[in-house]
Design a protein around this ligand. Structure first.
Ligand code: PRE
Length: 298
């Protein structure tokens, strides 16, 4: 075995397991076949495995072009126990949701899958399996594993799971719209120039003081002042469990703003601009955190 392959095998990458998930495929597309891939039971587990240093990197879904943001991922960023996590890179995975089963379509009464995969194929499921019970499980491949052992059941999953788990492909593309794509993040616990050599985008998380009219507008004004193009905005509830900041109350929100930094991809200049944005946001926002700078892979 060559030295570089054995070095790569010592690098561990956490993904949403079991094998055959889209997350697994995105991880392999990004890192190749010679890394050690570590399956995790949930998105939250990927975060904690990376936080504890049990793996070098984690690959997590962030949004799907049909069904939108992955809230388990956003909520994991919010947790104080994940405060050391940074985003290092993004991966776009074009994908097809398939219906896998060992039964005929008209005998299926239960379908297993991840909530995001159901969201992407709901129109087809309603039209073709209107009476089937849809059972949410932690991943599409876990759904395939369960369906392979249960008569009259099916899974919505990657067609690669058919061979892996001994299922037939009843329908190979049941996504509600053509051009289905999920975006993933590669996360780690510190900026790592071995995998990130360029940076063009930043992701920041913050809350605003709701007692000030125009507080969010002021925060977004910081991006405009630095001439940065916003590429995504998400918000999740940030309730009063967010100690130690007494300003964060129930029905406050944690905002996640992603912006393209107008630069040549130069990591250091991107980092300087991002740091300046953080300093300016701290004037009007609380709990401000730079979640990462990374290349634009679109
Ligand atoms: O369950 C999987 O296969 C996953 O990788 C998770 C996930 C997601 O959470 O969005 C990833 C891609 C697809 O959008 C569906 C599910």
């Amino acid at each position: 075995m060559s030295a570089s392959i054995s070095l790569q095998e010592s690098i561990k990458v956490g993904y949403l397991g079991p094998q055959g998930t889209f997350c697994h495929q995105a991880a392999k597309n990004r890192f190749g076949n010679s890394m050690t891939y570590v399956p995790c039971n949930s998105i939250g587990d990927i975060f904690s495995t990376v936080s504890k240093g049990d793996v070098n990197y984690g690959v997590i879904p962030i949004e799907n072009i049909i069904f939108g943001s992955v809230i388990q991922t956003l909520d994991s960023f919010k947790l104080p126990s994940n405060s050391s996590i940074v985003v290092l890179s993004e991966v776009y995975l074009p994908l097809k949701q398939s219906l896998l089963s060992n039964s005929d379509l008209n005998h299926i009464n239960k379908v297993y899958s991840h909530s995001m995969a159901f969201g992407q194929s709901m129109a087809w499921l309603k039209a073709n399996l209107p009476k089937a019970e849809l059972v949410e499980v932690n991943s599409t491949a876990l759904g395939a594993q369960i369906a392979s052992k249960e008569p009259n059941s099916a899974a919505v999953a990657n067609s690669l799971c058919a061979d892996m788990y001994g299922l037939n492909i009843l329908e190979s593309d049941i996504s509600s719209e053509p051009g289905n794509v999920t975006r993933f993040f590669v996360i780690g616990i510190h900026n790592d120039k071995t995998i990130v050599k360029r940076a063009e985008k930043m992701l920041v998380m913050f809350t605003v003081d709701h007692s000030n009219a125009g507080a969010l507008c002021m925060a977004l004004g910081v991006f405009s002042k630095h001439n940065l193009n916003l590429t995504a905005i998400n918000s999740r509830p940030a309730n009063d469990s967010f100690k130690p900041d007494p300003k964060v109350k129930n029905w406050h929100y944690m905002f996640f703003v992603e912006a393209a930094i107008d630069s040549t991809g130069d990591y250091d200049s991107c980092s300087q601009i991002a740091d300046q944005v953080i300093i300016d946001l701290k004037q009007s926002c609380s709990l401000v955190k730079l979640l990462g700078i990374y290349p634009n892979m679109l």
